[in-house]
Design a protein around this ligand. Structure first.
Ligand SMILES: [Zn+2]
Length: 598
């Protein structure tokens, strides 16, 4: 008798008192990227709804239901002819209702066990997605597992079957009774713990009372180098925050040419998943992601609780949850000696550069950018004229808040004290903070100052940040270097033959005024034999040169001319002033070393 037949007999039978929602996931069809899922739901009441989350891992509605192939309710082998079968009634694009059989005059059976079966397709690399292929599986469970909206807090069991030979499984979850199985106290806990299955390498280390496991998929990485990064990062951040809020923590790393697409990291309560091309970049991401174990996973805005899997969940707090986490990512790398002081100053200057290169800083605030995170899936939203990044501006706000607190308290207090106070007052007390106001209150409590104006100007508002004023507190100088560069007014893109296509035409440019349009084909000058030659020839034009282009548009050939223009590139750098005051030196040293006092 197979496991499936046993489960069929249980259909519609009363569940045991301490029933658990069970998932079985078969990896038999790994080469077709299909997870085959069976969900056994005990104690089903008439009309119980099941649903697929619409978002997870990214603040983007991605409608995971679209990936479900064949959702069905498993009927008993022998149907009772006097009663209709149980059915699964579609409610909306992501929700179904279980309608139990009801023979005439009798009530619906209570406490029935229902089994659902479906396959779901995923082949997307990276920490925000799920993937099943011949090489491995990586799973964010909210992306493949249905849930019961009214029963999310019930315990769940999860077992994997048909696991390819030689594959190991790792997830930051308690192991279940059978091989390749796990348990979780709730659906929410289950989906906050991704899984890697495959032939990955692993090692572990202990630090300040916590056990750290590292699972690495990829090649071209050096264990000693990686362990140095992870030990350095965890040592500093554990010390900063007063010890681990967990017993065990897992780093899931994909390093090297695999995966080919995009890098990044995704935080979870007791683990993080990171994809990066090298150990150095994985380390830089890890410094940010590990700090999320406090900021956002435990020091958490009320607006993100409880998680609403059914629709967007806007919050004003991402400038703090993500941006200030980046402030600490950079602080950690510098304070743990993984970055030089110049790298740290260079990163800060680059953040200033990023914000200053976005005209949208004048009309989108840090809070506005946070609320608009849900628009990031649209390319148009991400253009410099339309949006800023809450990572970028939030990181700068964190740094300048810190320097301002150190300045106001003569380096007796810092942003570190704010994070520790938020940990004590919210995370450890099981409370959530009230958006930017909740953060401001703690800043004021720690510093003894009034921060209404700071928050109004730089967090809710769009005032230009007076960088030099803040940097002066630490005896630092912001230098600007301006370089002039040639600007064609569009981006030439190579085509198959010698020709080149006009793309990214700048509105208001001389090229546009001359009548050039996106998609125009620039015919090569007579002596050019390839599109590469044509692009090089275009790149050699100098500002002020008259440029005559032969253009093909549709069936027409045109000759358009204009003067090549130029634009100013500003480059920022941060340097130490040569004769700082005692106070400036004290603040700078405290800031660089993560210390307060003299
Ligand atoms: Zn983050």
């Amino acid at each position: 008798m197979s496991a499936v037949a046993t489960l069929l007999l249980a259909l519609f039978a009363a569940g045991p008192a301490s029933a658990t929602i069970k998932y079985r996931v078969s990896l038999a069809h790994n080469e077709e990227h299909l997870f085959q899922v069976e969900m056994e739901i005990p104690n089903v009441a008439q009309g119980t709804e099941v649903a697929m989350p619409v978002w997870n891992a990214l603040y983007q509605v991605r409608d995971f239901a679209v990936r479900i192939h064949d959702l069905q309710l498993v009927q008993p082998a022998v149907l009772n002819l006097s009663a209709p079968p149980a059915i699964l009634l579609a409610v909306n694009k992501q929700t179904w209702r279980i309608v139990l059989p009801q023979s005439q005059g009798s009530a619906a059976p209570q406490g029935a066990t229902v089994i659902l079966r479906y396959s779901i397709e995923w082949d997307d690399a990276g920490p925000f997605n799920s993937q099943l292929d011949a090489h491995h599986a990586f799973v964010n469970f909210a992306e493949i597992l249905l849930y019961l909206p009214t029963r999310r807090s019930e315990s769940t069991d999860l077992a994997f079957t048909d696991v390819p030979a030689e594959w190991k499984l790792v997830a930051e979850l308690p192991s279940g009774d059978e091989p390749n199985s796990f348990s979780a106290e709730s659906y929410d806990a289950l989906v906050d713990a991704p899984l890697e299955a495959g032939k990955f390498s692993s090692f572990s280390f202990d630090n300040q009372g916590a056990h750290f496991r590292v699972a690495v998929d990829g090649d071209n990485w050096n264990k000693r180098n990686l362990e140095d990064y992870l030990r350095g990062i965890t040592s500093y951040e554990l010390r900063l925050m007063g010890g681990p809020p967990f017993k065990e923590y897992t780093f899931f790393l994909h390093i090297g040419p695999y995966p080919e697409v995009g890098g990044g990291g995704m935080e979870h309560a007791n683990c993080t998943a990171i994809s990066a091309p090298s150990v150095e970049s994985a380390g830089a991401i890890a410094a940010h992601e590990f700090f999320h174990a406090w900021n956002v996973k435990r020091i958490r805005p009320q607006t993100l609780e409880p998680v609403d899997y059914s629709k967007e969940q806007p919050t004003r707090a991402l400038w703090f949850a993500e941006g200030v986490t980046s402030t600490y990512g950079a602080y950690t790398l510098e304070r743990a000696g993984l970055w030089t002081k110049d790298q740290f100053y260079g990163d800060l200057a680059m953040q200033i550069d990023d914000l200053e290169s976005r005209p949208a800083r004048r009309w989108e605030s840090a809070e506005g950018s946070s609320l608009a995170a849900w628009l990031e899936k649209y390319d148009d939203y991400n253009t410099p004229g339309r949006s800023i990044s809450y990572y970028n501006k939030g990181q700068l706000i964190g740094v300048f808040l810190d320097l301002s607190i150190r300045d106001a308290t003569d380096n007796q207090k810092s942003l570190d004290d704010v994070l520790r106070a938020m940990n004590a007052e919210y995370a450890k007390a099981g409370k959530f903070y009230d958006e930017s106001d909740g953060i401001r209150q703690v800043v004021e409590e720690v510093s003894g100052g009034d921060y209404k104006s700071f928050f109004q100007r730089f967090v809710s508002g769009t005032d230009e940040i007076p960088y030099q004023t803040f940097l002066s507190a630490a005896g630092l100088e912001l230098k600007t270097q301006t370089t002039e560069s040639t600007d064609l007014g569009f981006r030439p893109e190579a085509q198959m033959n010698k020709s080149v296509m006009v793309t990214n035409l700048e509105p208001g440019s001389a090229a546009e005024a001359a009548g050039i349009r996106d998609g125009d084909i620039i015919l090569p000058p007579r002596d050019k034999s390839s599109s590469k030659d044509t692009i090089e020839w275009l790149a050699q034009r100098a500002a002020g040169d008259p440029l005559v282009l032969r253009i093909r548009r549709g069936g027409q050939e045109l000759e358009l001319s204009f003067l090549v223009s130029s634009h100013e590139d500003r480059q920022y750098s941060i340097s130490e002033i040569s004769h700082p005051s005692e106070k400036q030196r004290r603040i700078r040293d405290g800031w660089l070393h993560g210390a307060t006092g003299q």
